[in-house]
Design a protein around this ligand. Structure first.
Ligand SMILES: Cc1cc2nc3c(=O)[nH]c(=O)nc-3n(C[C@H](O)[C@H](O)[C@H](O)COP(=O)(O)OP(=O)(O)OC[C@H]3O[C@@H](n4cnc5c(N)ncnc54)[C@H](O)[C@@H]3O)c2cc1C
Length: 412
């Protein structure tokens, strides 16, 4: 009888187990790069510890369940993470976008779940800023304060079945009536769409005017006629909920108009800068993670009698990944600095979004290749990184739209 050899497999050095590596001697993260200071680095440590202890160990289960517990919002609020950039009078921490950037990057680096990050960030960085920037005091009390406290969850609804990149093409209609509007239409692909308590919703308030006929209304889930039509199944971001919403004769009072009537395009433009920047920052964190995991694996896994990281082909691949990640980080941090200092930064943010979303996808794919068959297995978390990263060149404005913006800026 043939003697069976014990199965030898590499230790799992996937998302949950990996520690910040000391083997990367010059990763670029030890020093405090501009625009961050020592104070931000302390926050990075705090966020990293929280994410590693309270999010990362649960990610497999949440991905399987297709959602994470709603209580996570409350826990993040308790620790102050949902209100980092908002003033203390609203329950925030009185920090800046730089503090938020640390949160976003570290959530991606230590968490290993695009879905958890997407849901939390859609709430804090996509749904709440329009209320803070364009809302009345009363609106801030109604949605920003409970949002920062993790008691109400927000979502932003722009995309419709018939209009994604072409925002001016939306057809959800808010018809003026005495004291408010009656809303009919639908939205799709809305992150947090299934469990959001309030939706910052783009509507047409006039049939004419293209961009100029768009307004924003805050729709609330208990309003009659507001319906979650379905929870969508996706390729990645499994632990985030993505909803399709339908609106039938919803009566929305004037008090729920956010910003001026027909001035919604200003809100969209204001939001895009931070949304795209935070996607770039998240990608920087995810790339760092992937490189750390890959270096660890390449040092551990043996083939033909030596560590695979000692094969020149693998070593060069990792070197290219690290170079690509550092270039993307530099572009992103520079865009963040310009944004933070209040400069015109559309070009830089657009370039950062474009470069980082492709870079993280390529790096995730290379990491999977270096992991061989184990990379293809769920257990190691690398296949999830590939699936999660695939959304980047689509969400928040596609690669093609980023190139259109840049081309037009160059006078073409
Ligand atoms: C998981 C997920 C979460 C999302 N979350 C939200 C959310 O919370 N809120 C929200 O409002 N939206 C959300 N979106 C929607 C997202 O912003 C859109 O998918 C994206 O803007 C693209 O729109 P579309 O899918 O309709 O593609 P389309 O606009 O139909 O584009 C299809 C293809 O045509 C290309 N194309 C379109 N116009 C041009 C052009 N002028 N030149 C060259 N090529 C062009 C596109 O680049 C793309 O390759 C989410 C999407 C996903 C998948």
């Amino acid at each position: 009888m043939v003697q069976r050899r014990p199965i030898s497999r590499p230790t799992r050095v996937g998302w949950r187990r990996v520690q910040p590596v000391s083997v990367i001697k010059d990763s670029g993260v030890r020093a405090t790069p501009p625009p961050f200071s020592e104070e931000h680095e302390e926050l990075r440590e705090t966020v990293g510890r929280f994410v590693a202890n309270e999010i990362a160990p649960n990610v497999d289960e949440w991905e399987e369940a297709r959602e994470f517990p709603r209580e996570l919002y409350g826990r993040c609020a308790e620790l102050g993470f949902l209100g980092l950039k908002f003033p203390e009078i609203y329950g925030g921490q009185g920090g800046t976008h730089l503090h938020d950037a640390i949160w976003v990057e570290e959530l991606a680096r230590s968490g290993g779940s695009g879905g958890v990050a997407a849901s939390l960030n859609a709430h804090t960085s996509i749904a709440m800023p329009p209320i803070f920037n364009f809302g009345t005091e009363e609106q801030k009390q109604r949605w920003l304060v409970p949002g920062i406290a993790g008691e109400k969850i927000g979502a932003l609804g722009i995309t419709e079945p018939g209009a994604g990149s072409d925002v001016a093409g939306i057809s959800t209609l808010a018809t003026r009536v005495d004291g408010g509007y009656v809303v009919n239409g639908s939205k799709t692909f809305i992150t947090n769409g299934v469990r959001a308590d309030f939706l910052i919703c783009a509507v047409k308030t006039t049939q004419e005017g293209g961009h100029h006929g768009i307004s924003f209304l805050v729709l609330e889930r208990e309003m009659p006629g507001y319906e979650v039509a379905q929870k969508l199944e996706k390729m990645g971001w499994h632990s985030s909920d993505t909803g399709e919403l339908s609106f039938t004769d919803i009566e929305v009072p004037d008090e729920n108009l956010l910003g001026g009537e027909n001035e919604g395009f200003k809100l969209i433009m204001a939001n895009f800068a931070w949304e795209r920047l935070l996607m770039a920052i998240g990608a920087v964190g995810a790339m760092q993670r992937l490189i750390e995991v890959t270096v660890n694996y390449a040092l551990e896994r043996k083939a033909f009698g030596r560590q695979i990281g000692k094969f020149q082909a693998i070593r060069h691949k990792v070197a290219e990944m690290a170079t690509q990640a550092e270039a993307a980080r530099a572009l992103t941090y520079n865009a963040l600095r310009l944004f933070y200092e209040g400069h015109d930064c559309i070009r830089d943010v657009t370039m950062a979004k474009l470069v980082t979303q492709r870079a993280v996808l390529e790096i995730a794919d290379e990491s999977l290749q270096i992991h061989g068959g184990y990379g293809y297995m769920r257990e190691y978390g690398i296949e999830r990184a590939v699936r999660d990263a695939r959304l980047g060149p689509i969400g928040g404005g596609t690669d093609e739209i980023m190139k259109e913006i840049l081309g037009k800026q160059m006078g073409l």
